[in-house]
Design a protein around this ligand. Structure first.
Ligand code: PRT
Ligand code: MG
Length: 210
């Protein structure tokens, strides 16, 4: 089999991927808390442990043949330079708009939207014909409306507990999110047999076709 490199999203996606990787014989064979590159149980597949937002560029430019990443990150990235053959149905949540409970929109200026996803937010409000100002943040979006930095946030929601704890309410769902398998376009041609085998293994372990 041709050597393959699989890029994994460090954090909750990696944790939720581990049982699946184990089932298909790709569990990490090394210290995933310290190493950035670890062998897997399969000698033909090595693993990269990287930040979720870095998975699309690693796969698009061929530093990894395949990757596991959230649909949120893929949508923000644009996703056209990659194949997205499988939904692996883990790390599920939704991307939503939330506001402070009882908040009334400003009348003398544009709505301010705080988010880690400026592209998704831009497309969402543009589709509704709404002119907004987007403020890119890197974490703790829930704080922004509480301190008057933004009128609304576009953020991930799973149980809704974080919103509730901060006095925020979800007013609109943009889309559902789960983790996806993405594949480098050139690898799909050049390493077709090896990748086909891997994709089949993911599919029979429960991933569904897109
Ligand atoms: O640190 P870095 O910025 O690199 O990454 P990260 O902190 O975003 O990574 P991590 O490990 O949190 O994983 C993020 C990925 O997991 C996302 O890209 C999603 O695809 C997926 N995912 C699934 C989630 C959630 N569920 C989720 N609930 N990512 C984040 N959350 C956060 C959300 O932002 C909010 O703050 O959890 C909070 C809401 O949870 P509830 O249950 O209180 O609603
Ligand atoms: Mg984090």
């Amino acid at each position: 089999m041709t050597g393959l490199t699989l890029a994994l999203s460090k954090g909750r996606i990696l944790e939720e991927s581990l049982p699946l990787l184990e089932r298909i014989g790709l569990a990490p064979a090394g210290d995933i808390d310290r190493l950035l590159r670890v062998p897997s149980q399969n000698p033909d597949v090595s693993l990269l442990i990287i930040r979720p937002t870095d998975v699309p560029p690693y796969v698009e430019y061929g530093a990894a043949d395949i990757g596991i990443v959230g649909k949120d990150i893929l949508m923000e990235h644009g996703g056209t330079g990659l194949y997205e053959p499988l939904d692996i149905d883990i790390a599920k949540c939704r991307l939503s708009v939330a506001v402070v409970k009882g908040h009334t929109p400003p009348r003398n200026r544009r709505l301010r939207i705080a988010t880690k996803y400026p592209e998704i937010a831009r497309r969402h409000y543009a589709a509704k014909g709404q002119q907004v100002e987007i403020i890119k943040l890197y974490g703790s979006m829930e704080l922004a409306p509480l301190v008057g930095l933004a009128d609304q946030i576009v953020d991930l929601v799973a149980t809704g507990n974080t919103l509730r704890a901060n006095g925020l309410v979800e007013i609109e769902k943009i889309c559902d999110v789960s983790s996806r398998l993405v594949v480098n376009k050139a690898s799909m041609k050049m390493k077709h047999a090896a990748l086909r085998q891997l994709l089949d293994a993911f599919a029979s372990a429960g991933a569904t076709l897109n």
